[in-house]
Design a protein around this ligand. Structure first.
Ligand SMILES: [Zn+2]
Length: 439
């Protein structure tokens, strides 16, 4: 009987230790991360709130917005014990707040018994600017004539900073480039493969808070018929050309099968890579006037539909997206206008290929070269020799494949070689810019 108090005392001590362990088991408040953490917010761009509590787990979160005397609850949520992480989306839509500074206060509590059972609590206050107003677009140019496979220039002003602007044409997007304070220019194309009834360009401007404005504009568009051609693929051609492409499709032993994969898969891949290169253009006008047509006779036309035959049967179709010019073998190839070399490397079906950026998304392309004499990053003037013609890539004989690109999409070089077209559609518009476009 004498032992009983000692047993009770030990039990009491054990309880105190266990209780203490439980009480101090989790003394850390939940971690709260809000994205974005500052800057402009809008009703259409919600805040993401990430909560983390690896101790006792999350219990509840409450988010309020305050603006002057207004307090608006945006979110109130509770969690089952054992919830370590949660991700909530908070929208300011319908919160009855005005544009301007707004504070967001996040309160989160965990399931810990610490703090006399109230748990570990965190309060985080962040400052934002509520912006619900889309940018206002003011057109500077009034006429926009464009032909299928060709381009046009539009100038416009925006009344606030934007994170994205340009011309949307179906799934294509042609970036708008800032020329001066609030003045933007977008070169856009009527994609060669698009039907006239599907061509409906719209200007887009998205501000830093994500507010979008779309605006139509007057344009006059012409459909075009493109020529067709047939090409006979011979065994001589396959034997001469296919070894160059074997590394792209290892294991493809049959030359005809390899040709078909190059003509379909590699061509498609190169088209996508051109779109990526098209994004590397600078926001300045590096060119001046019409582009110089390379010397030589024309052999292949822009947007020419090509049907390929092998031993008398049709094996494939593709569209030729440049103009082929042939002269003497290994003729000098010169920059058609001034700009900066953005690409000078081997490039699939184009072989050895130089691409010059002229600014505002406009680029010229020179391919099948036997030799390249410039490097990416180099500035070139009109007439500068950039290489020699050849047969590299998918070329049967020595020629220059010359292309013009807007935003990485091939457009007809004929327009850019034509001084009248360039004057009427490009230069006369740039002259509208007060003080002239910065060169
Ligand atoms: Zn070609």
């Amino acid at each position: 009987m004498k032992k009983k108090p000692a047993v009770l005392a030990s039990l009491l001590v054990a309880l105190l230790i266990v209780g203490g362990l439980l009480y101090f088991k989790d003394t850390t408040a939940p971690a709260v991360t809000v994205t974005p953490g500052e800057g402009p917010v809008s009703k259409q761009r919600p805040l993401t709130i990430e909560l983390l509590d690896q101790g006792a787990g999350l219990k509840s979160v409450r988010v309020v917005a305050t603006q002057g005397d207004k307090v608006r609850e945006l979110l109130s949520a509770s969690y089952e014990p054992g919830t370590a992480t949660a991700r909530e989306t908070v929208s300011l839509a319908g919160a009855d707040l005005s544009d301007g500074p707004v504070q967001i206060v996040v309160n989160a509590v965990d399931h810990s018994i610490y703090s006399f059972g109230r748990g570990n609590r965190v309060e985080k206050t962040l400052s934002f600017t509520l912006d619900t107003r889309p940018p206002v677009i003011s057109l500077v140019t009034t006429t926009h004539n464009i032909s299928q496979g060709g381009g046009a220039l539009i100038l416009y002003r925006l009344d606030e900073e934007v994170e994205r602007t340009g011309v949307e044409v179906g799934d294509f997007f042609f970036a708008g480039y800032r020329l001066q304070d609030n003045l933007y220019a977008s070169l856009f194309a009527f994609p060669w493969m698009m039907k006239r009834e599907d061509f409906n360009p719209r200007l887009l401007a998205v501000d830093l808070a994500g507010n979008e404005r779309r605006s139509g504009f007057n344009f006059h568009a012409n459909a075009r018929n493109f020529p067709r051609d047939t090409i006979n693929i011979t065994d001589n051609f396959l034997n001469a050309k296919m070894p160059e492409f074997e590394p792209f499709f290892p294991g493809e032993k049959n030359h005809l099968d390899l040709f078909l994969r190059v003509n379909r898969e590699l061509r498609e891949r190169n088209v996508r890579e051109l779109e990526e290169i098209g994004n590397r253009s600078v926001s300045r006008i590096l060119w001046n006037g019409a582009f110089t047509r390379p010397l030589g006779s024309t052999h292949g036309l822009f947007a020419q539909g090509r049907t390929y035959f092998y031993q008398g049967r049709e094996i494939d179709r593709a569209t030729h997206l440049g103009i082929d010019i042939a002269g003497v073998a290994q003729m000098p190839v010169r920059a058609a206008n001034s700009g900066t070399v953005v690409f000078a490397d081997y490039f699939g079906i184009y072989g050895n290929c130089v691409i010059i950026d002229h600014g505002l998304g406009l680029m010229s392309l020179y391919s099948h070269l036997s030799h390249m004499s410039v490097n990416a990053g180099e500035k070139v003037d009109r007439g500068h020799e950039i290489g020699r013609s050849g047969t590299s890539g998918m070329a049967g004989g020595d020629h220059l494949h010359f292309g013009m690109l807007i935003g990485g999409l091939e457009v007809t070089p004929l327009e850019w070689w034509d001084p009248t077209w360039v004057r009427n559609n490009i230069t006369s518009k740039l002259e509208l810019i007060p003080g002239g476009a910065e060169r």
